[in-house]
Design a binder for this molecule. Structure first.
Ligand code: NAP
Ligand code: MG
Length: 734
C-alpha cells in the first residue's frame, strides 16, 4: 500500500518475528483505519533498512532507500508524532555481518565490514556500520520517558489463568556472582553541571595526551558520570567463578547485555571467552591472531576459525575437561552461553531462569542449578535478592500476586551506559580525564591498559519530566511508589538531589520512598506477594530490566506489556510489549510454518495510539475505532485466542483473524458512529460465517518448511504468501 505523505499513525517496519506478524496484521489495521479516514503509514527501522540507507553511493538509484530513522527522529520532536514502535534488532557484531552478507548476496553492492580498517575510506565505512550496531534505534526515538504496565485486562487474565512456574527450593545452589570491587559500580564518580559546557575526554599517559572525544555539549543541570571496569579485576573474578562453579557442581553462566551496551559488554564477553580458554590464548596467541580470532565475537566464531588446526582443537578439548559444565543456549546443537555475545541477554535470560525455579539447561540436555555471573554490581543485586527471596519464600503465585508498574527515565539518551560514543577500551595505562571548557577537571580515573572506561549523562529536563510522570502515576493509582536509587552510589545521589525538592514542592514527599535496588527488590516482592501493587521509578537500565523481570514472573512474558512513551514535545510513541524480536520464533516459522509470536502488545499499543489521536486531535472516529480495538483485545483474552506454541494449532495468523472479527463486531454494534456501524456489519457477518473455512485455510500449510526469501531482508511477496494464506480472509479484508 502506498504511503500518504503525512499519515496519522506510523507503524514501524522491523525485523524477525514482529515483522512476520506485521505482514498479516498491518493490512487488517490499514483497512479498518481507512474506513474511519485514518491513515496508517510505515517507516523502515529494520536492520537491513538501516544498512541500506547508510550507503546510497554504493547502490543503484532504484536500490536506494530513505533514512527513515532520521525522519522519525525529527518527527518524535513534534506534537504530530503518533508512532507505533515494534521491537527491532539491536545488532551484535555477528548479526551485522550476517545482514550485510545477505544483502550483498541479493545484489546490493555494499562494502564489506572492515575488521581492521587502515585507510580513511575504510575507517569511514567502519564508523557507519558501527553506528548501526547495538541499540541504535531506541535512543533516537525515545524523546520522552517511559510508562510501562500491564493493562488491567491482561493482568486479570494472567491471574485467572496462572502460568506454570518452576518450584524454588531452599537448597537450590543457584546464585548470582558479581565483582567485589574494580567494577563500574565501585569506581563511579558523578557531578551535576552548574552551567552549560562542552566537555572533552582525554587519556594522559607517560607519552603524552590523547583526545578520546571532544566537543560533547551538555546543558546546565546535566548529571554527568564516569567510571571504569578494571580488566585485571574482571579476569581474576571470572577465573575464580569458573573454578567455584566446578567445585559447586553447577552450570557456569554469564549474563550481559552485549546488544544495548554495544561497546562495553562485548568486551566483557570477550574477557570471559579468553579466561575460559586461558591456556589456549597464552600458548597460541600468534596463531589465533593470524586466524583472525576476536574473542569478543564469541566461542562459536573462534571454534569455526580454528577447526582445521589439530593442535589448537586438541588444546581446547583438554581444557574443556577441567571446566564446569556450561549453561547452554541450545544443548541439541552444542551452542553454549559463550558462543555468540547476543544469545544470552541479561534482562530476558535471568527472569527465564528464575521463572524456571533457578534452573538452566546443561550440555547433558538436563536442567541444573547455575551460578549466574553478572560482573558489574550496579544491578546484579536485583537478581541476587530475587533469588534469595524465592529461596526463602518459594515461587511467586501469579494467581494472587499484585503488579509492579514502571516509570523509567530514558528521554534524550539518559543513562545509555556503555552504548555511547563515550565508552572506551583503554589502550595504555594512564589517567582518563573529563574536562569542561573552562578547564575544570570533572572526572579523573587512573586506568590500566584494557580497562573499560565509560561516561553517561542524564539531562535536567528529562529528569524533571520523569519525576513529574511518577507523581501523576502515583496520584492516578495510589500505589506504593519507590524510587530505585542508591544514596551510596555517585550517580544516584545526584538524581536524589533532583527528586527530593520536586516531591517536596508538590507536597507529595510522604507518598514516595527512596531505596537502593536490593532493598527495593525485596520491598516490591513483599508488596506483590500480599496482592498489592507498586510503582518502580527507575533509571534507564532498570526500566529495561524490571519490565522484563516482573512481567515474566507475573504474566509469563513481557510481550503483553503496555509501553507508552509520553514524548516531551507532546507527541506519542507507543512501544509494543517490553520484549524483543524473538529470533527463535522465526526459526520455527521457517522450519514448520508456525508463528507463535503473540501480537497482544501490538493490539494494546494500537488502542492507545488511537485513543491518543482522539484526545490530541479531537478525532471522534479514532475514539470509536480505539474503543473497538480495546474490546477486540478483551475478546482475544476472554476467549483464549492467543497463538499456540505448537505446530498444527492456531498461531499468530489465526489470532489476527479473531482480532479482526472482534474488532468488526465491536464496530458493528456500537451506536456512536452509524456510518462505521453500517460499514462493518457485513464485514463482521462475513468473518463469522466463514470461520471454519478461514481457520482451515490458516493452518493448512503448517508442518512443512516456509520460504520467506531471506532472514534480514525477506521477499515481500513470499512473506505475504506465507503470512496471508487464507484467500477467504484476504477477500473479506479487501
Ligand atoms: P526476546 O526477543 O524478547 O526473546 C525472549 C523470549 O521471549 C522469546 O524467545 C519468547 O519466548 C518470548 N517472547 C518475546 N516476545 C514475544 C511475543 N510477542 N510473543 C511470544 N513470545 C515472546 O529477547 P532477546 O532474545 O533478548 O532479544 C532478541 C532481539 O530483540 C535482539 O536483537 C534484541 O536486541 C532485540 N530487542 C529489541 C527490543 C526493542 O526494540 N525494544 C527490546 C528487547 C530486545 P519463547 O521462545 O519461549 O516463546
Ligand atoms: Mg528488556
Amino acid at each position: 500500500m502506498a504511503d500518504t505523505p503525512n499519515p496519522d499513525i506510523i507503524y514501524t517496519k522491523v525485523d524477525e518475528a514482529p515483522e512476520l506478524a506485521s505482514a498479516s496484521l498491518l493490512p487488517i489495521i490499514q483497512r479498518f483505519a481507512a474506513a474511519a479516514d485514518i491513515s496508517v503509514g510505515t517507516k523502515d527501522i529494520s536492520l537491513a533498512g538501516r544498512i541500506l540507507s547508510a550507503f546510497p553511493e554504493h547502490l543503484s538509484a532504484d536500490q536506494r532507500v530513505t533514512d527513515d530513522l532520521a525522519e522519525l527522529g525529527k518527527l518524535v520532536n513534534t506534537p504530530a508524532a503518533n508512532v507505533i514502535k515494534l521491537p527491532n534488532i539491536s545488532a551484535s557484531g555477528p548479526q551485522l555481518l550476517a545482514a550485510i552478507a545477505e544483502l550483498q548476496s541479493k545484489g546490493f553492492a555494499l562494502p564489506d565490514y572492515p575488521e581492521t580498517p587502515s585507510s580513511d575510506a575504510e575507517k569511514a565505512i567502519r564508523a557507519k556500520y558501527d553506528a548501526i550496531k547495538g541499540s541504535a534505534v531506541n535512543p533516537v526515538l525515545r524523546e520522552g520517558n517511559s510508562d510501562r504496565r500491564a493493562a488491567v485486562a491482561v493482568k486479570n487474565y494472567a491471574m485467572a489463568n496462572p502460568h506454570r512456574m518452576g518450584d524454588w527450593s531452599a537448597t537450590s545452589k543457584t546464585r548470582v556472582a558479581a565483582m567485589s570491587g574494580g567494577d563500574f559500580f565501585s569506581n563511579e564518580t558523578a557531578a551535576t553541571l552548574a552551567s552549560a559546557s562542552t566537555v572533552k575526554i582525554v587519556l594522559e599517559t607517560a607519552d603524552g595526551t590523547t583526545v578520546l572525544k571532544d566537543g560533547i555539549s551538555y546543558p546546565a543541570g546535566t548529571v554527568v558520570d564516569a567510571t571504569y571496569m578494571s580488566a585485571k579485576a574482571l579476569d581474576a573474578f571470572l577465573a575464580e567463578e569458573i573454578d567455584k562453579a566446578k567445585a559447586e557442581g553447577v552450570l557456569f553462566s554469564l549474563h550481559l547485555k552485549a546488544t544495548m551496551m554495544k561497546v562495553s559488554d562485548p568486551i566483557i564477553f570477550g574477557h570471559a571467552v579468553k579466561v575460559w580458554l586461558a591456556p589456549v590464548f597464552e600458548k597460541f596467541a600468534d596463531k589465533l591472531a593470524a586466524l583472525g580470532v576476536n574473542p569478543n565475537s564469541g566461542l562459536g566464531d573462534l571454534l569455526d576459525r580454528v577447526k582445521d588446526d589439530a593442535e589448537i582443537t586438541a588444546a581446547i578439548d583438554a581444557i574443556s575437561t577441567t571446566r564446569p559444565p556450561m549453561y547452554m543456549v541450545n544443548s541439541d546443537r552444542g551452542i553454549t552461553n559463550l558462543h555468540v555475545p547476543s544469545d544470552v541477554i541479561v534482562d530476558a535470560s535471568m527472569p527465564a531462569l528464575i521463572r524456571a525455579g533457578g534452573k538452566g539447561w546443561g550440555p547433558d540436555n538436563k536442567e541444573h542449578d547455575a551460578v549466574c555471573v553478572i560482573p558489574d554490581n550496579a544491578y546484579a543485586p536485583v537478581y541476587d535478592e530475587t533469588i534469595k527471596f524465592f529461596k526463602a519464600n518459594g515461587k511467586l503465585n501469579p494467581a494472587t500476586a499484585g503488579t509492579v508498574q514502571n516509570i523509567g527515565l530514558m528521554a534524550q539518551k539518559a543513562e545509555e551506559y556503555g552504548s555511547h560514543p563515550t565508552t572506551f577500551e583503554i589502550p595504555e595505562a594512564g589517567t582518563v580525564k573529563m574536562i569542561l571548557e573552562d578547564g575544570t577537571v570533572l572526572h579523573s580515573h587512573a586506568v590500566e591498559a584494557g580497562d573499560i572506561w565509560r561516561s553517561s549523562s542524564a539531562r535536567k529536563a528529562p529528569i524533571e519530566d520523569w519525576i513529574n510522570l511518577a507523581i501523576s502515576r502515583q496520584k492516578a493509582t495510589g500505589y506504593r511508589a519507590i524510587f530505585w536509587l542508591d544514596p551510596a552510589r555517585a550517580h544516584d545521589a545526584e538524581l536524589i538531589a533532583y527528586v527530593k525538592p520536586i516531591l517536596a514542592a508538590a507536597g507529595v514527599a510522604d507518598k514516595f520512598e527512596i531505596m537502593d535496588p536490593r532493598s527495593a527488590t525485596r520491598a516490591s516482592f513483599e508488596t506483590i506477594t500480599k496482592g498489592e501493587n507498586t510503582i518502580a521509578i527507575t533509571g534507564n537500565v532498570l526500566r529495561d530490566y524490571l519490565t522484563d523481570l516482573f512481567p515474566i514472573l507475573e504474566l509469563a512474558t513481557s510481550a503483553k506489556m503496555l509501553s507508552i512513551v509520553k514524548l516531551m514535545n507532546g507527541g506519542g510513541l507507543f512501544e509494543t510489549g517490553a520484549g524483543g524480536s524473538a529470533p527463535k520464533h522465526v526459526q520455527q516459522l521457517i522450519e514448520e510454518n508456525h508463528l507463535r509470536w503473540d501480537s497482544l502488545g501490538e493490539f494494546c499499543a494500537l488502542g492507545e495510539s488511537l485513543q491518543f489521536l482522539a484526545d490530541a486531535k479531537g478525532n471522534a472516529r479514532a475514539k470509536v475505532l480505539g474503543q473497538a480495538v480495546d474490546a477486540a483485545t478483551q475478546g482475544i483474552l476472554d476467549h483464549d485466542r492467543s497463538p499456540s506454541r505448537k505446530v498444527g494449532e492456531p498461531d499468530n495468523r489465526d489470532s489476527h483473524y479473531w482480532f479482526a472479527r472482534y474488532w468488526a463486531e465491536a464496530l458493528a454494534t456500537q451506536s456512536e458512529d452509524g456510518e462505521l456501524a453500517k460499514e462493518f456489519a457485513p464485514v463482521a457477518k462475513a468473518l463469522a460465517e466463514n470461520e471454519a473455512k478461514i481457520a482451515a485455510e490458516l493452518v493448512a500449510g503448517q508442518g512443512a518448511p516456509a520460504d520467506i526469501g531471506g532472514y534480514y531482508y525477506p521477499d515481500p511477496a513470499k512473506l505475504a504468501a506465507v503470512m496471508r494464506p487464507s484467500g477467504t480472509l484476504n477477500q473479506i479484508i479487501g
